[in-house]
Design a protein. Structure first.
Ligand SMILES: [Zn+2]
Ligand SMILES: [Zn+2]
Length: 107
């Protein structure tokens, strides 16, 4: 079964045919696609984003500003989470690192 990469358009044959078929020929294509999606967010989205979440870290409730917040994927991309604002929440650096460390430990 041949597919076409949604990023670079290259023809590729998925190695793993179990489950959802891959949309990209390689990992870096998927990452670039995600990066571009993020860059296309509207100007000022951080302000709205923080406001929606109460201007605080969604994990520890520490107050956050646009300068101190990091964006956390509630459901990690590696677990099938989407790279959209619906799956993102503001987190402080500490929590974001801790969460990442925990996920790695779980693997
Ligand atoms: Zn590709
Ligand atoms: Zn926090």
């Amino acid at each position: 079964m041949t597919r076409y990469c949604m990023y670079c358009g290259a023809e590729f044959t998925p190695k793993n045919t179990v489950g959802r078929p891959p949309k990209y020929c390689k990992r870096s294509c998927r990452q670039r696609r995600y990066e571009e999606a993020r860059r296309s967010l509207p100007v000022g989205w951080k302000t709205d984003f923080l406001e929606v979440h109460g201007s605080k870290c969604y994990l520890c409730d520490n107050p956050l500003t646009e300068a101190t917040m990091t964006v956390d994927h509630v459901r990690p991309l590696s677990r099938g989470g989407s790279d959209t604002l619906a799956n993102m929440a503001p987190a402080c650096v500490t929590c974001n690192l801790e969460k990442a460390a925990r996920l790695i430990a779980e693997l």
